[in-house]
Design a protein around this ligand. Structure first.
Ligand code: CP
Ligand code: NVA
Length: 307
């Protein structure tokens, strides 16, 4: 059975650390690892993308493999072919599949019959590749991950909140979610994060006060208040979130001089984050975007070695 990366806890704490170490090595020696030479990787998108598409395409090429980037909306998958039949066919052509789709159940179905690794390039529930890059970035800034306090502010029920909960707890971090009532993480994800935190010494906490959530935080993270696919869900996705905007006042409310700020991008400047913070000295946002490339190269290499 191949190893997949469908959610953040598909890697154990030790395995996550191995992938992050490899990401650092690949970053230092950009073109030094061509161990995927002769292989092909399908990278399929059912939602828009800039970073994920470009970083996977460039990264796969740097590893010596051929990336095949496909608009999933043009595949037979978008008509009546099943996910499982699609996966069986892809397995005859490519060595790994990277997929950005909607419900997590879809990528679980893809992985269930795949002969090679399947990687989650964002689902409604998780964005685990992003969080590997986030962890690499935090480690660069703060030296280590274990014991740091990370606060995510915004929609606590979206893919980034969920992946930070599970991925951050796997790294032994104290993960806080600051979200308005009605936008709290889903219970089964909280359970998965608590389980990991119990193994690593991390913790998970929920806040509905932004200042309470950020007090003492080493890292603040935010994301769009409206994720792809939620544009017409009938919820007010602006006014409940306004107090959670990452601005200079909220950054100062951490009480720490060296807090870092992350955002997976794309950012809605003036909404979830202000220009001052995004373009200021606390921002690690563009290093974070760069690290998508290195973290994903490490992940692919690590998974293919075990396939
Ligand atoms: N952060 C992120 O996944 O960006 P894209 O949607 O541009 O891929
Ligand atoms: N939560 C956002 C992340 C985009 C990279 C979304 O799903 O649209």
């Amino acid at each position: 059975m191949p190893r997949h990366f469908l959610r953040d806890d598909d890697l154990t704490p030790a395995e996550q650390a191995e992938v992050l170490d490899l990401a650092d090595e690949l970053k230092a020696d950009k073109l030094g690892n061509r161990e995927l030479a002769g292989q092909s990787v399908a990278v399929i998108f059912e939602k828009n993308s800039t970073r994920t598409r470009l970083s996977f395409e460039v990264g796969i090429q740097q590893l010596g493999a051929q990336p095949i980037v496909v608009d999933g909306r043009m595949m037979q998958l978008g008509r009546e072919e099943t996910i499982e039949d699609t996966s069986r066919v892809l397995s005859r052509y490519v060595d790994a599949v990277v997929w950005r789709t909607f419900a997590q159940a879809r990528i679980d179905a893809m992985a269930s019959v795949a002969r090679g690794p399947v990687i989650n390039a964002l689902t409604d529930e998780f964005h685990p590749c992003q969080v590997l890059a986030d962890l690499q970035t935090i480690r660069e800034r703060h030296g280590a991950l274990e014991g740091l306090t990370l606060t995510y502010l915004g929609d606590g029920a979206n893919n980034m909140a969920h992946s930070l909960l599970v991925g951050g707890a796997t790294a032994g971090m104290h993960v806080r979610i600051g979200a308005p009532d009605g936008f709290r993480p889903v219970e089964w994800v909280l359970e998965a994060a608590r389980k990991r935190a119990a193994e690593t010494g991390g913790s998970v906490e929920l806040f509905n006060s932004p200042t309470g959530a950020v007090d003492g935080s080493d890292v603040l993270v935010t994301d769009s208040w409206t994720s792809m696919g939620q544009e017409n869900d009938g919820k007010d996705r602006v006014s409940p979130f306004r107090p959670f905007q990452v601005n200079p006042e909220l950054l100062a409310a951490t009480g720490k001089p060296d807090t870092s700020v992350l955002h997976c991008l794309p950012a809605h400047r003036g909404m979830e984050i202000t220009d001052e913070v995004l373009d200021g000295p606390a921002s690690a946002v563009f290093d974070e975007a760069e690290n998508r490339l290195h973290a994903q190269k490490a992940l692919l290499t690590w998974l293919v070695r075990r396939a």
